[in-house]
Design a protein around this ligand. Structure first.
Ligand code: P6P
Length: 336
């Protein structure tokens, strides 16, 4: 019989014994994330045809303009995951505080952090955007999750992943037992295994950074970026610069082809001295994936997964991707 593809549920069942996180509850959680992504993907793919592009006129907790698709994606994820029966509480990049599960709905032991639509400024110009998720087990005794349940070390994650809405819709996730990619087949409405056991090349060929921030970097950061502009990559050729403006898109390319994504600390906004990216809903889940694919992730000095969140929306510098490239950048950045 021709290969009709392996679904996410089938893949989880095949690996269930190997992944402590892949219990029935976890399968339920992932199923609701996948359902949410299918709904978001449908709207993203017709954003140009509906009055769903553009801004809502509101500003979120990050001080960022909220786009209609941001808000839509956030509502879908909150609604679906609150009804999954396996969640104790949620935290969204769009919401200042944690989101509880209403008492009339069944609760579970998982804690979920997500960025509903990362890079959403790209929607209006038809460039890739993504959803990032990070999963912990509740550690407090109450049935309801508390903020304390979210202030965790990245290494405590039981799973992490992202959906990338682009030329196709892709799911990449790990429960700590390899990193696996699935591509949505719209004709059957299923994510089918397309990238089994992703291994990020030890040394990449691409560096990704917003170089317009150079005037705001310190000297070590300039030196680290200069390294990638003036040295050869793993193929003995100059590194190439690629920057989409959507973290998930840049990260996904570097995961498959090798490379380093950098968002250093900068003094562009004195209120954000540790840079723009968020630890809990961006850096920690992508660091989890990078490491389980053989890559690395630091804040320029220490392993991202060894950082304990001190607040829900804590920001952190991020250097993530091919291990040799991240180690080189970190060595240069750590020089005093
Ligand atoms: P800048 C999108 O807002 C985001 O959080 C990431 O997806 C992206 O990599 C980064 O910010 C882009 O930031 O400052 O380069 O526009």
């Amino acid at each position: 019989m021709e290969n009709i593809g392996i679904t996410v549920t089938e893949h989880l069942l095949l690996h269930q014994t190997e992944s402590p996180a892949a219990t029935g509850q976890f399968t339920r959680l992932l199923t609701e994330l996948i359902f949410s992504a299918k709904i978001i993907s449908r709207e993203v793919n017709k954003a140009g045809l509906l009055d769903i592009m553009g801004l809502t006129g509101e500003v979120n907790v990050q001080g960022e303009q909220v786009r209609k698709l941001d808000e839509f994606a956030n509502r879908v994820l909150i609604y679906r995951l609150q009804r999954s029966g396996v969640i104790a509480a949620l935290s969204s990049e769009e919401n200042a505080d944690i989101i509880e599960v209403p008492d009339q709905l069944p609760k579970g032991n998982y804690i979920l952090v997500f960025d509903p639509l990362d890079g959403s400024a790209n929607v209006d110009v038809n460039i890739n955007i993504g959803t990032i998720f990070s999963i912990y087990r509740k550690k407090t005794a109450d049935a309801d999750g508390t903020t304390e349940d979210f202030l965790r070390y990245g290494y405590e994650q039981v799973a992490a992943g992202y959906f990338l809405y682009g030329t196709s819709t892709v799911l990449v996730y790990s429960t700590g037992n390899g990193v696996h990619g699935f591509t949505l087949d719209p004709s059957v409405g299923e994510f089918l295994l397309s990238h089994k056991n992703i291994q990020i090349p030890e040394k990449g060929k691409t560096y990704s950074i917003n170089e317009s921030n150079e005037m705001y970097w310190n000297e070590q950061t300039r030196n680290a970026v200069h390294y990638f502009k003036s040295n050869q990559n793993e193929r003995g050729k100059p590194y190439r610069a690629r920057y989409v403006g959507a973290l998930v898109a840049d990260f996904h390319r570097n995961m498959l082809e090798g490379g380093i994504f950098m968002y250093p600390a900068d003094m562009k906004d004195p209120t954000k001295p540790r840079g723009k990216l968020r630890l809990l809903c961006e850096a920690a889940p992508l660091a989890f994936l990078a490491e389980h694919a053989g890559g690395a992730a630091t804040d320029g000095y220490k392993r991202i997964l060894d950082i304990k969140a001190s607040s829900l929306h804590e920001r952190v510098p991020l250097f993530v991707g091919s291990r040799a490239d991240v180690e080189m950048a970190t060595a240069i950045l750590s020089k005093t």
